[in-house]
Design a protein around this ligand. Structure first.
Ligand SMILES: [Zn+2]
Length: 431
């Protein structure tokens, strides 16, 4: 059941003591970095004054901006030759952020991923196909090392080449897979093209899904279509990558590995700390990292903490699935919404396919929201479409308070992404 029972079920007060102990160490270690040593000087902070976990609130937040400004080595706490690995965030705009690991950091990270997937039920007898990108992105290598640590046979298939993915599943009896949720849905089409049934023709029993925000409905769709258990994985390259928080068999929130990460939830506007249960931006402090300690790192991810104990017996608090990045929030006709809310509404309709796009345009100075979605089975009677469009538009309006235009298109019309799915096309101000 447990990879490290002592740590996973540690008494809460002991866990807080361990956190405090590690926090003190990490704050001292951070003083060796060019960036934090300068901050400590500026605000007159002495790490040896720290008496409780709350004392961290005396320190400023660290954000992507600081990582960029002090690129590449401003956050390094060890000599460069102790670093064995570099990773980077996807960096869609401007300079990417880079993260460095010592050998011990890599071992520790692999252990966290092993702990996570073992918790979900992965065992050494499993055959694990890793369809995430290898390289600078942490998803591929992070899971690879963790799965090997458990002793699973790893197929480092990487992303794309969908037919080959299915051939591998069949020929090597893949039982566990790491996959983007949108790609898991995309693969269903490929199964269909090959006249194969993902429920019967492969031996998959579990999937680890992550790296893009997705709704509970999306998870259910994946579980039902493949007849598997799908577990939500959360991580970010600035912490390590996958292995920061993960779902246990209860599938009700993700246990944050609090022996390694100190979690705070803040109001992203006022930057005030929020109590457990309230939704806000996740802020993490690395408690167990050598190469590149990060203090109060603002993730831009929105979630809340479930304070009550989990029936599985683990004492590390759970966080909700993330609602999206702060930056993903759309403002349409003055109303705030997240793409995941639209997905939640869409997934309730069995008549429509898995692929959709949210299109934003300016029509006569006004925002217009159009949802383009593929129908699953073409109907002869146009009135069927008419009714369906009406029902979908209402379901979305109930969820986000703005009524969209619904554009039903033939299966295969919306361009498939083999990486992260492009869900939002914002043409406002461009036409
Ligand atoms: Zn649990």
């Amino acid at each position: 059941m447990f990879w490290e029972k002592d740590i996973e079920t540690m008494d809460v007060s002991e866990l807080r003591e361990l956190q405090l102990d590690r926090l003190r160490t990490i704050l001292i270690r951070a003083n060796a970095t060019p960036y934090y040593s300068q901050i400590y000087k500026q605000i007159g902070f002495d790490p040896s004054d720290v008496k409780s976990l709350d004392d961290i609130q005396g320190l400023p937040f660290t954000s992507k901006n600081e990582l960029r400004e002090h690129y590449p080595y401003g956050f390094l706490a060890v000599p460069r030759d102790e670093i064995v690995r570099m990773h980077s965030s996807s960096g869609t705009t401007g300079r990417p952020t880079v993260v460095f690991h010592t050998m011990r950091d890599i071992d520790n990270w692999a252990n966290l991923v092993a702990r996570s997937i073992y918790m979900a039920g992965a065992r050494r007898s499993d055959v694990f196909q890793n369809t995430m990108g290898y390289g600078l992105f942490t998803g591929g290598l992070g899971f690879h090392y963790g799965a090997e640590k458990i002793g699973m046979m790893v197929i480092p298939s990487g992303p794309g080449n969908s037919q080959r993915q299915i051939v591998f599943m069949q020929e090597f009896d893949t039982t566990a897979i790491h996959i983007l949720p949108s790609y898991a849905l995309h693969l269903l089409d490929v199964f269909e093209e090959l006249s194969l049934d993902p429920k019967k023709d492969v031996k998959l029993r579990m999937a680890f899904i992550g790296a893009e925000p997705h709704s509970e409905e999306m998870r259910k769709k994946i579980e039902d279509s493949y007849d598997i258990d799908a577990f939500n994985s959360y991580g970010l390259s600035e912490m390590c990558g996958p292995g920061v928080a993960f779902e246990c068999p209860e599938k009700n929130g993700l246990h944050v590995w609090e022996d390694n990460f100190l979690i705070e939830i803040i109001d992203p506007q006022t930057l005030k700390l929020l109590p457990d249960g309230e939704e806000g931006e996740i802020v993490f402090t690395t408690l167990n990292r050598e190469g590149m300690p990060l203090i109060r790192y603002r993730t831009r991810d929105l979630a809340r903490i479930y304070p009550d104990p989990c029936p599985c017996g683990r004492t590390h608090r759970r966080m909700s699935r993330i609602k999206g990045r702060d930056d993903d929030m759309l403002i349409i006709k003055g109303v705030n919404m997240f793409p995941i809310q639209i997905e939640t509404a869409l997934m309730k309709f069995p008549e429509i396919g898995r692929n959709y796009q949210i299109i934003l345009e300016t029509v006569g100075h006004m925002d217009e929201l159009t949802i383009e979605v593929e129908i699953l089975t073409p109907a002869d009677d146009m009135r069927v479409y008419e009714r369906l469009r009406g029902h979908i538009a209402e379901a979305i309006r109930d969820e986000v308070l703005v009524k969209p235009k619904i554009n039903l298109v033939q299966p295969g019309t919306i361009k498939r992404a083999e990486g992260k799915a492009v869900r939002v096309v914002d043409k406002r101000g461009k036409n």
